[in-house]
Design a protein around this ligand. Structure first.
Ligand SMILES: *[C@@H]1O[C@H](CO)[C@@H](O)[C@H](O)[C@H]1NC(C)=O
Ligand SMILES: *[C@@H]1O[C@H](CO)[C@@H](O)[C@H](O)[C@H]1NC(C)=O
Ligand SMILES: *[C@@H]1O[C@H](CO)[C@@H](O)[C@H](O)[C@H]1NC(C)=O
Ligand SMILES: CC(=O)N[C@H]1CO[C@H](CO)[C@@H](O)[C@@H]1O
Length: 354
């Protein structure tokens, strides 16, 4: 009898998983093809071929790009190369790429950079906060940017119990930021299972020297995070749920959800166009192609623009789309003076006029 019950339970369990799996196939949009939307005067940034997962741009036009992310389940063309931070000057016609030297006793061999956020203090000193995954763990590294030498000085590593599986951060003050957690399980097999089942166990965290707390929950995979131009709202991309959460930021740093915008594509990272306040989203049109990488049928790229996000009817339009023949696995797009820089998880970087 006990065996029969166990067998029935197993059967029910398996069929539930099977059902979730079919639903996951649908969610991952296994069969979706991308219709191309081209931009003018595009060129690929030479010397960045193995990823430009994250881009952050200083008001002066210097852009920091993190490259070489190693992330379970995602392609990487240079698995034995440590990650790097590249610098390019967007004021140049054809920006040249420079890999930033890092001094100050930082372990460069283990560098696996993910999200970047710039913090400029009242003396105009520029700090880079970079999510790092040494040995697949999560830390936040703080560097000072030396503009004259064009190099980074390592200052400090932040670690915390709640800083797990960190994807992206947005910094507000010295050692004060929001961070997203993109999966609950740190074991790669369990985290794949978590994605297939569509569990909503990830969160947004607030970190400060005095207090560390979870400020928003219920995301399948909280990914890109950014702040609105008026600094009142926080936008969080839930990549596997294919949506953007608009959250109100309170004085005690808690976040409450105002609305969710469904985009029907896997939203990776977000940036705000400083000129218009519009949101730009780097998206993966087809999760299956990303997870089961095939050079002959590669994952494509998609950049969406969301206008008037606080109104009843936000306008969503496609800025750029490509089937992978030019650009694969877009993660982020950032604007600077009418130009757009499009980054990818493991592939190239495209720079275009808008
Ligand atoms: C990218 O990775 C490939 C494979 O390891 C390597 O041959 C190539 O030089 C790398 N490209 C750059 C620009 O680092
Ligand atoms: C997301 O984009 C922002 C620019 O808005 C950038 O600072 C950050 O590094 C990116 N992070 C991730 C994880 O894509
Ligand atoms: C992608 O589109 C280009 C034309 O834009 C086409 O030549 C190519 O065959 C397409 N590739 C795939 C894998 O569909
Ligand atoms: C579930 C989902 O987002 N399905 C989409 C997959 O892609 C096709 C083609 O673009 C869309 O029509 C579906 O809505």
């Amino acid at each position: 009898m006990g065996k029969l019950v166990a067998l029935v339970l197993l059967g029910v369990g398996l069929s539930l998983v099977g059902e979730r799996f079919l639903e996951f196939r649908e969610r991952s949009n296994a069969s979706r093809e991308v219709e191309s939307v081209e931009l003018e005067n595009c060129h690929l940034i030479e010397e960045i071929e193995n990823g430009s997962e994250d881009i952050d741009i200083l008001p002066s036009g210097l852009a920091f790009i993190s490259s070489g992310l190693k992330y379970p389940g995602l392609p990487n063309f240079a698995p034995n190369e440590p990650g790097k931070i590249f610098l390019i000057d967007l004021n140049e016609q054809k920006p040249r790429v420079q890999a930033l030297e890092i001094s100050g006793g930082f372990d460069k061999e283990l560098f696996n950079p993910h999200g970047i956020s710039i913090f400029i203090d009242k003396d105009q000193t520029v700090y880079l906060y970079i999510v790092n995954h040494p040995h697949m763990k999560s830390t936040v590294e703080i560097f000072k940017f030396e503009e004259q030498q064009r190099s980074l000085v390592y200052l400090k590593t932040l670690k915390h119990e709640l800083l797990k599986s960190v994807n992206d951060i947005v910094v507000f003050g010295p050692e004060q930021f929001y961070a997203t957690r993109d999966h609950y399980f740190t074991n790669p097999f369990l985290s794949l299972f978590e994605m297939i089942l569509g569990l909503r166990w990830t969160y947004v965290l607030f970190y400060s020297p005095r207090e560390v707390k979870v400020v928003a929950t219920g995301f399948s995979s909280a990914n890109g995070i950014t702040i609105s131009a008026d600094r009142k709202y926080v936008y969080v991309a839930d990549v596997t749920a294919k949506n953007i959460h608009v959250m109100e930021k309170h004085n005690n740093w808690d976040l409450t959800q105002l609305k969710v915008i469904h985009l029907g594509t896997l939203v990776d990272n977000l940036s705000v166009d400083p000129a218009t306040g519009d949101i730009l989203a780097g998206c993966h049109p087809n999760l299956m192609k990303l997870l089961l990488y095939n050079a002959d049928d590669p994952p494509g790229s998609e950049v969406l623009r969301i206008q008037n996000i606080m109104t009843e009817k936000p306008r969503v339009s496609t800025v750029y789309a490509n089937n992978g023949s030019v650009l694969q696995g877009t993660s982020v797009a950032s604007m600077y003076h009418g130009k757009i820089l499009i980054g990818t998880v493991f592939h190239k970087t495209l720079y275009c006029e808008l």
